[in-house]
Ligand binder design. Structure first.
Ligand SMILES: Cc1cc2nc3c(=O)[nH]c(=O)nc-3n(C[C@H](O)[C@H](O)[C@H](O)COP(=O)(O)O)c2cc1C
Length: 177
């Protein structure tokens, strides 16, 4: 049986600040972590000539889960590049008649954000980009876990941030059962 949550993780390094935070969450919650880095996901293409890449198989995996976690560092007030490309490709589910039923399934899902940066809070444009995108897609927003990594990754500081997200995920899966 699949985990109740899937985390799409993207960073310039697998075991950096964001990777450690999502792994801490996944150690306590029923979360399948998928690293976007090794996947071949081409940028959005109006001609959809990229349909044979890894996006659609990944999306089918994502739609098997009730809760979807987007885990990314803040890079210039936004997500990192591959995460943005993934989000752009979600437009395929709105554009292509064959994929529209899958796109509508996003409306059943709850989306969460896990992030790190060098400030105590994620910047407003970063949070708004995710929230507005989830809203547009009809997804429920389940909240954000953000860790200040100005002085590097501090496991003691990460523990309560991770615990709060674990509790949110547990509450989200209880709501949907
Ligand atoms: C390309 C790049 C852009 C960044 N932009 C921001 C930013 O806009 N705001 C911020 O607070 N930190 C920024 N940072 C710092 C990272 O968000 C922070 O170090 C984060 O914890 C790195 O996570 P990682 O180890 O998963 O890459 C940036 C770092 C990089 C490499």
């Amino acid at each position: 049986m699949s985990a109740s949550a899937i985390a799409l993780f993207s960073s310039g390094r697998r075991h950096g600040n964001t990777g450690r935070l999502i792994d801490t969450i996944a150690a306590e919650a029923d979360v399948e972590v998928v690293d976007l880095a090794p996947l071949a996901i081409a940028p959005y293409d109006y001609e959809h000539s990229n349909r044979d890449d890894d996006f659609e198989p990944l999306m089918r995996r994502v739609l098997d889960h009730q809760s979807i976690v987007f885990a990314t560092p803040v890079y210039w007030y936004g997500p990192n590049g591959p995460m943005k490309i993934f989000l752009d490709r979600v437009c395929d589910l709105l554009d292509l008649p064959a994929l529209k039923p899958e796109g509508r399934r996003l409306r059943e899902k709850t989306a969460y954000v896990v992030s790190t940066s060098i400030y105590p809070d994620a910047p407003a444009p970063f949070v708004e980009m995710f929230r507005d995108t989830f809203d547009y897609l009809g997804m429920r927003y389940g909240g954000i876990a953000h860790l200040d990594c100005r002085d590097g990754y501090d496991a003691d500081a990460a523990a309560p941030v991770a615990a709060e997200m674990v509790a949110r995920l547990a509450a989200g899966s209880a709501d949907s059962s």
